[in-house]
Design a protein around this ligand. Structure first.
Ligand SMILES: [Zn+2]
Length: 224
């Protein structure tokens, strides 16, 4: 895949396909006003912000802001940061690897039945339910030799594992860079809310665990 296509596919995977036109506007530029983006894409400013925040969640954009002296509000200027792409690509590949391993397990763990007319493929249990007749066309379903399928999945798994291990070393330096960026940028309201939520969740969990621990021995001693 060409680098451009890799970027587009990663962005689509993490932030959604509807973000791609926005990505196109940002690419190759710096500090693009969100109002300029809204104008270019002919979309509401809130829609644009929603998309930008989705990209920001994955550190794919950075922003700076300036106060509009006349209106008194802040205007945000956005820049696309592709440095996170390799790391995200690795995460996507790791997820795909998990899915493929599950698929392999299922292929190796059961027999499959296929309609003579190829309209359906069912597991043994499902095929029994339909008395080995295709629910679509009524033709007989025969046990399928899935050796080729299994072989294909195994080779996909091997390729992915190789990809992931090759890309691995590049990230160490990159993750350090990302951490620096995260420390610098702290004033997006959305992010503050998220951090607060995470903290309160932890705080709530801690006392619950403690009370359970203290209650249990107390009950036992009463029974004795
Ligand atoms: Zn059929």
């Amino acid at each position: 895949m060409a680098p451009e296509d890799v970027i587009a596919s990663v962005v689509e995977d993490v932030a959604g396909q509807d973000v791609l036109p926005l990505l196109h506007v940002l690419k190759g530029k710096k500090n693009v006003s969100e109002f300029t983006i809204a104008e270019e894409l002919k979309e509401e400013i809130n829609t644009i912000r929603n998309k930008l925040y989705r990209l920001y969640d994955f550190n794919l954009v950075e922003f700076s802001r300036k106060k509009d002296q006349k209106k008194g509000w802040y205007i945000y200027y956005w820049t696309f940061v592709p440095s996170r792409i390799p790391r995200l690509l690795r995460e996507i590949k790791k997820k795909k690897l998990v899915r493929l391993k599950e698929k392999l397990k299922s292929e190796q763990g059961s027999h499959f039945y296929e309609c003579m007319n190829k309209c359906m493929r069912l597991t043994f249990d499902k095929a029994i339910d339909f008395e080995f007749k295709c629910p679509e066309c009524g033709s007989l379903m025969n046990q399928e030799d899935n050796a080729k399928r299994v072989e294909h999945i195994i080779s996909e798994i091997e390729t992915l594992e190789r990809d992931i291990s090759v890309v691995e070393p590049e990230f160490i330096a990159e993750e350090e860079q990302d951490m620096m960026v995260e420390d610098e940028v702290k004033d997006i309201p959305n992010l503050k809310v998220k951090v607060v939520q995470k903290e309160t969740k932890v705080k709530i969990k801690m006392p619950v665990k403690k009370t359970i621990k203290t209650k249990l021995p107390a009950r036992k001693s009463k029974k004795r």
